[in-house]
Design a protein around this ligand. Structure first.
Ligand SMILES: *Cc1c(COP(=O)(O)O)cnc(C)c1O
Length: 386
């Protein structure tokens, strides 16, 4: 038997997303020819600040516990430890006037896994709506399962027809934009009318500055019966390498809560005890203060970059409630042409918007996750270009 006859052919339908490989290739080539230039990367969506002490102290303590007979722990509960789920409910929901029960919170090893894996408990033939541009995980994970994906080009107006499941990510990666309470309310009402399910990715909620913008979809009345929400400690607290997040599936969604528990008990054995103790510390008084300071650092980068780019005449979106700037390319320059121009003339790496979807053409994404000095230097180089 040839192995080819047993493969999941849906994988063959995936468009090969060469985005980051193509960027790496062009940067490598540039560096080979410009050995003395300092290349600054404002491209990759990964944090750069180290974990703050409140978190590393909690993780050290957890490691020590695991090394002692009386406090050793093996497999943890599949839903996550009570200490963390209770801290989450207090810190992220009760504090915002949202009631949530511990049985509705599932701790995971990061939001990427669950935004993809959630499809395990959804019908193979449901239609999936995804905003364009988008985080590529939503598209590829559903195509792997053979589902039809429909692109939504404007999340500011709801579709005029039924889509079974819609992914919404706000603050958005890559555009940095947010949905106002009114727009989010319109989505919840639409989902209720259509009997649709919303998958709300709140990975960047900690970057919201505008008091009027909701941090959780459950701040909207009715969302408990039509939305699942994903959270991550990755961008909030620098956990991209530690790995911890959580998913909320309210009991008002009926069977879905139970099915997800069944799924997790079968396919997942929990996030590590060490990571969960680290995540718990994010909610302590010190942890809050220290993670806040890191987010402030990134958001000051975003402010400086927005100010500078705007002064140069660029049209900048995002950057106010998110660590991403979505910058319109100059006339006559598509995403990749502007990427090449910035690389060749400024030794600067960004991400071509078209890599996140067709509607991303004509934009590039800058991240505010860099070092302050690098952001300032990058802006000087762009000024010199203008
Ligand atoms: C970074 C990111 C996440 C978080 O992924 P983790 O697996 O938790 O590190 C989730 N959604 C989006 C849109 C992201 O950009």
């Amino acid at each position: 038997m040839k192995a080819v006859s047993v493969i999941n052919k849906n994988f063959l339908q995936l468009s090969n997303n060469y985005l980051f490989a193509e960027i790496a290739k062009r940067v490598k080539e540039y560096k080979e020819n410009h050995a003395d230039e300092k290349v600054i990367s404002l491209g990759i969506g990964d944090v750069t600040r180290p974990l703050p002490p409140a978190i590393t102290d909690a993780m050290h303590k957890a490691v020590d516990e695991l090394g002692v007979q009386s406090t050793f722990r093996g497999y943890g509960p599949e839903r996550g430890y009570d200490f963390l789920r209770e801290a989450i409910i207090e810190g992220d929901f009760k504090s915002r006037g949202v009631e949530m029960d511990a049985s509705e919170v599932f701790v995971n090893d990061g939001a990427k896994s669950d935004t993809g894996n959630i499809g395990d408990i959804l019908s193979a033939d449901c239609t999936i709506g995804i905003t364009d541009p988008a985080y590529p995980v939503y598209i590829d994970s559903n195509r792997m399962a053979g589902r039809q994906v429909e692109f939504i080009s404007d999340a500011c107006s709801v579709p005029d027809h039924k889509i079974d499941v819609v992914y919404l990510c706000y603050p958005n990666n890559p555009t940095g934009e947010v949905l106002t309470r009114e727009m989010l309310t319109r989505w919840v009402e639409w989902a209720q009318q259509q009997g649709a399910l919303l998958l709300y990715d709140a990975a960047y909620e900690a970057f919201i500055r505008d008091e009027a913008v909701p941090h959780s979809i459950y701040e909207i009345p009715g969302a408990r019966s039509c939305a699942i929400e994903f959270h991550s400690f990755s961008k909030t607290a620098g956990f991209t390498g530690v790995r911890c997040g959580y998913t909320v599936i309210p009991k008002d969604l009926g069977e879905l809560n139970h099915l997800w528990e069944r799924r997790q008990c079968t396919k997942f054995n929990g996030a590590s005890y060490i990571a969960q103790r680290g995540a718990e510390a994010v909610y302590s008084a010190e942890g809050r203060k220290q993670t806040r300071a890191i987010i402030d650092y990134y958001m000051e980068n975003a402010r400086l970059m927005t100010e500078s780019l705007t002064a140069c005449g660029y049209e900048v979106r995002g950057g106010k409630n998110a660590p991403y700037l979505w910058v319109k390319t100059p006339a006559g320059c598509d995403s990749w042409a502007f990427f090449d121009k910035l690389l060749n003339e400024c030794s600067l790496v960004c991400t071509p918007g078209v890599g996140f979807g067709k509607q991303g053409e004509g934009y590039v994404r800058f991240t505010a996750f860099g070092e302050r000095e690098d952001c300032i230097e990058a802006m000087k180089r762009i000024q010199a270009l203008a």
